[in-house]
Design a protein around this ligand. Structure first.
Ligand code: FAD
Length: 474
């Protein structure tokens, strides 16, 4: 392994991790069902160091995977045995803000929330706001085409990336897209967004900034059941109300938040709540709020609480955005799913999720970006128990298959990763997957860069990462 001292020479020995204790944190992302210890983790400090590391690994024929904060939920930031993780957290500079052009240029390790905090002084924000935004990185967001509550109105990450500078698997550096929008020819920038780190590694990203709204109204509406809350979402979407965010949480999720340090005064007795945020100029907000309140009444709302001051609004969002973390208290592991259905089918899929959870005897909570029909059942389980691990995956498969059956998708924002490879053909068909594979091979011919992520390269590849593959016959 003569490449190890070569990497050490580039980054310094304190930034090359090889001990079992150091590698432990890198053997999975936030989906702990899949694990694999890398041979090493290298932590470059600047773009040139990333390029130099890639060149060394490529020449040595060693596979490698870029990693941001490791909050991914589809096992995307893992590397096969013998491979190396390139951690990008030290590339965390906001390189430039051009307020007049509504542009920010950032390095991939910049944490999402930092961008909005930094540009607020110019009356701007970075709109995509994953619930994990206080830790996840822009590089990871671009690779997963991340969404978030505000993406219902503003669109997901790909709509906010103008240009990316990348390093390819062979160490060559390219720039895709244009800082002033517009694409001629094939949109390589668009192809990169959502490619799950398998085409190239982002070194520098040009982000589109959005003006802060003049007025915001945030309503917390409670309902007797999750079906009522989902019906209200359908009514709002049907009415054509342009809410910025429509977020549903069920009683299990509400209780987890209220039992945690993120408590934000959510009604414990509600079967479910809906958070509706409307933004724009004051007259527009007022008119849309009136229409929304008619939808609340029509669909059986029990109560309406407004977050009036910025502090009240921040508290409410703190509860919603930390609900995933709060649910982590329930069991040693959680499996956070990601599927999509047409918004009119939300009630139907929620009934199915409940039936599946009961059948497999798995505690389940739901919190999701309802406006986009993007569901996130959270299963609490013990990964040390092989049967529970198998049950949780089988339950997940059934739910995603049902999403497809009713006109939805197996992923809204978390990506395919290793988790959903086996379902990809059911969504796209073999011919389309073959086209994707040809594109992937064009960029990554030796499959050294994040191999086998998203696209299935061979039968049972994901199996090698399974924490319980030895224990359960699958
Ligand atoms: C509690 C919780 C809440 C979440 N809420 C949301 C949500 O609301 N919306 C949402 O979309 N997601 C959500 N997620 C999932 C996750 O936060 C996102 O997928 C996020 O974009 C991952 O960013 P990361 O920096 O952690 O990336 P990682 O997990 O480190 O990596 C994810 C993928 O990106 C690739 N990658 C990382 N950096 C680069 C780079 N520079 N160049 C190329 N590829 C790269 C990796 O190889 C990997 O395939 C949530 C996760 C958690 C734990």
């Amino acid at each position: 392994m003569k490449w190890l001292p070569q990497l050490s020479k580039i980054v310094g020995k304190e930034h090359l991790l090889t001990s079992a204790a150091d590698l432990l944190a890198y053997e999975s992302d936030a989906l702990s069902l899949f694990r694999c210890e890398p041979a090493a983790v290298v932590l470059p400090n600047n773009q040139q160091q990333v390029v130099d590391c890639v060149k060394i690994l490529s020449a040595a024929n060693v596979c490698f995977t870029a990693r941001g904060a490791g909050t991914g939920l589809s096992a995307g930031a893992l590397v096969p045995k013998g491979g190396v993780i390139i951690g990008l957290n030290r590339l965390n500079n906001i390189l430039k803000v051009d307020a007049a052009s509504r542009l920010a240029v950032v390095e991939p390790g910049v944490v999402n929330a930092r961008v909005s905090q930094h540009v607020a002084q110019y009356g701007l924000r970075y709109a995509p706001d994953p619930a994990s935004q206080s830790v996840c990185t822009i590089g990871g967001n671009v690779a997963e085409n991340a969404g978030g509550p505000m993406c219902f109105r503003h669109g997901s990450t790909t709509n906010h990336v103008r240009q990316v500078k990348v390093v390819l698997a062979d160490g060559s550096v390219e720039t895709w897209g244009h800082p002033a929008h517009g694409n001629d020819g094939i949109d390589l920038r668009g192809l990169f967004c959502g490619s799950e780190g398998s085409l190239a590694i982002a070194l520098e990203i040009h982000l589109n900034l959005t003006p802060l709204p003049e007025a915001v109204r945030t309503s917390l509406v409670s309902f007797e059941s999750i079906e009522n809350a989902c019906d209200c979402v359908s009514a709002i979407v049907e009415e054509g109300i342009e809410a910025a965010a429509l977020e549903v949480m069920d009683q299990q999720a509400i209780h987890a938040v209220e039992d945690s340090l993120y408590r934000s005064g959510m009604p414990r007795d509600a079967g479910a709540i809906l958070i509706v945020e409307i933004e724009g100029d004051s007259d527009y907000v007022k008119s849309q709020q009136t229409l929304a309140e008619e939808c609340f009444s029509r669909t059986g709302a029990l109560s309406l609480k407004m977050a009036v001051t910025p502090a009240q609004r921040a508290l409410l969002w703190k509860g919603r955005k930390n609900a995933g973390g709060a649910l982590g208290q329930l069991a040693p592991d959680s499996y956070v799913m990601d599927g999509v259905v047409p918004p009119s089918k939300l009630s139907e899929i929620m009934r199915f999720v409940d039936e599946v959870a009961q059948r497999y005897e798995l505690p389940c909570a739901n919190l999701f970006h309802a406006g986009d029909g993007n569901i996130h059942p959270h299963f609490a389980y013990d990964g040390g128990d092989a049967l529970q691990s198998k049950n949780v995956e089988d339950a997940g498969c059934e739910i995603l298959q049902r999403c497809l059956d009713i006109g939805g998708s197996i992923t809204g924002e978390h990506g395919v990763g290793l988790e959903k490879q086996h379902l990809l053909a059911a969504q796209y068909g073999v011919e389309e997957i073959n086209i994707m594979l040809r594109i992937s091979n064009g960029f990554n011919p030796q499959q050294l860069l994040n191999p086998n992520r998203g696209l299935p390269l061979g039968g049972g590849c994901a199996e090698a990462f399974h924490r319980h593959s030895r224990d359960v016959s699958r």
